[in-house]
Design a protein. Structure first.
Length: 510
């Protein structure tokens, strides 16, 4: 059973070139055989028809000669008349169908009588004018007919050797021509098939090369493509080549996407580890301070004044509480939790934030600039948007020296956006720090000047500002050169009624 199954499946393992050649060759053989057979049959029918006509004519002449002497049943004298071809066979038979006399015309000799065996081969032929084919021993195959006229019955036949020889020669010639034609056609088909399948072979070679690439490990940088000449959509091989190139493009895109995903995951893991380390460090500092002051209190009040200790514990607790709240806020924003939604006037909100920043940083010069062609209204969480503005202003206050001018502006135009800008003329952000300035726990303490005695933040202010802005469908970016650092916040404006009174632009110190 296994051997039979293997034998049945073996033809399917042949190449397409071999199968096409075998199929075309078999088709040509069938066509040539059908044409040859049709030609032979038509030619044979024509030759037999012509022979039957000659047999009929010879039978009519023989019957006409026999009717001259109807009283002589065994008279074959009509064979001596001119017009009978050599090999013509004639016989007379009685009412019972028994042959009375039979002879065959010989060349340059009188008619020769048939033997008993030869007469037996002619028995059973009725005088109805039908054509019969009989093989006469010693004479060959004959085409025979018998006629009856007023009781005179004559049998006449002509040899079929010339017809059979002609048909045999025709079969031999057609076989030779078919053999030569099939050989030439097979060679031409083999050449044509080989040439036509070359593009498909190149496509297959490309597919094999791609299949050998280490796709599973994702180490492939550029996969081999099917040449452009083999991607013609007008041919089947070109369609396969074009489809293979598209598949290779998809594979490369998938590999690139996977590499990007792995890189993002790796970076995300690194950021998470760094985040946890920074968060732990930030939390450890106030906890260490609280533990230290508590230990001093436990050892006695002579080591530290109780009021001072409690004030420091309260301050560190507040610092730790703020850090934890910032972390919780970032976690909620990362989870995509919805914020409160209400109409917020950013112009008023920015004015409040600037007043608060002025109270905290009296050594800076604060300016508020309004450029409003329409009300600066957005839909969002007022408290969180205030936190964005406060963080940007606090960032400018904490990382610039005393005397720096900080300008906060709001722009509302007909472009369906509200733009807030916070810029200062401080020393700027170092270029190496600029790409990561919005990442969590990023600090500029080492490069940006700070007012003496001020403590740096936790490095979460700008990260919170970005997260809140994105949660409102906006974006935030920064540009910085020495003498000019500008943070830009863009938020989608709220839909306004058809008629609104534009506000004039104005700039005023706060």
């Amino acid at each position: 059973m296994n051997l039979l199954t293997r034998n049945r499946r073996r033809p399917h393992g042949r190449s397409l070139r071999t199968r096409l050649l075998l199929f075309i060759s078999a088709t040509l053989v069938v066509v040539c055989a059908a044409m040859s057979l049709t030609t032979v049959l038509v030619q044979r029918s024509y030759l037999l028809g012509d022979l039957d006509d000659r047999v009929g004519n010879a039978a009519q002449r023989s019957l006409g000669g026999a009717e001259l002497h109807p009283e002589l049943d065994d008279d074959l004298g009509f064979l001596l008349e001119n017009g009978h071809a050599t090999g013509t066979l004639a016989a007379r038979f009685d009412d019972h169908g028994s042959i009375v006399a039979a002879a065959v015309v010989s060349q340059d000799a009188p008619p020769r009588s048939l033997t008993t065996a030869q007469r037996t081969a002619l028995a059973g032929i009725k005088a109805d004018g039908a054509m019969h084919t009989r093989t006469v021993p010693g004479l060959g195959t004959y085409r025979i007919t018998a006629l009856d006229s007023h009781g005179v019955r004559v049998l006449t036949g002509l040899p079929m050797d010339d017809v059979q020889d002609m048909i045999g020669d025709l079969v031999a010639i057609e076989a030779a021509v078919a053999l030569v034609g099939l050989t030439v056609a097979g060679c031409l088909c083999a050449v044509v098939i080989r040439r036509q399948l070359r593009p498909l072979g190149r496509v297959a070679a490309t597919a094999v090369e791609v299949s050998r690439a280490p796709l599973g490990r994702g180490e492939v940088t550029a996969l081999t493509r099917v040449p452009e000449r083999d991607t013609d959509p007008g041919s089947e091989a070109g369609q396969v080549g074009a489809a293979l190139n598209r598949m290779i493009d998809h594979v490369e895109s998938s590999l690139a996407e996977r590499r990007r995903g792995e890189e993002q995951m790796r970076r995300s893991e690194e950021r998470m580890r760094r985040f946890l380390a920074d968060a732990s460090h930030e939390l450890r500092t106030p906890l260490a301070s609280i533990a230290g002051y508590a230990e001093l209190m436990n050892r006695g009040t002579d080591r530290i004044e109780p009021g001072l200790a409690w004030r420091r514990v309260t301050a560190e607790s507040a610092r730790m509480t703020g850090l934890v709240e910032d972390l919780l806020l970032l976690a909620r924003l990362d989870e995509g939790r919805p914020l409160q939604s209400a109409e917020v006037d950013l112009a008023a909100l920015l004015a409040e934030a600037v007043w608060d920043a002025r109270a905290a940083g009296t050594g800076h010069e604060w300016q508020l600039q309004l450029s409003l062609d329409a009300p600066a209204l957005v839909v969002g969480d007022e408290a969180r948007l205030h936190q964005v503005l406060a963080n940007l202003l606090a960032n400018a206050r904490m990382h610039t020296p005393v005397g720096t001018t900080v300008t906060a502006s709001v722009e509302a135009t007909a472009t369906d956006t509200v733009v807030i800008r916070v810029r200062d003329d401080g020393p700027g952000i170092p270029p190496a720090l600029l790409p990561t300035v919005f990442e969590r726990f990023t600090r500029a303490d080492a490069s940006r000047a700070r007012a003496g005695g001020k403590e740096g933040g936790s490095g979460l202010g700008l990260a919170i500002a970005v997260a809140i802005t994105r949660a409102h469908g906006g974006r935030i970016d920064v540009t910085s050169v020495p003498g000019r650092t500008e943070f830009t916040v863009e938020l989608p404006a709220a839909e306004l009624p058809p008629a609104e009174t534009p506000l004039r632009a104005r700039t005023a110190p706060v």
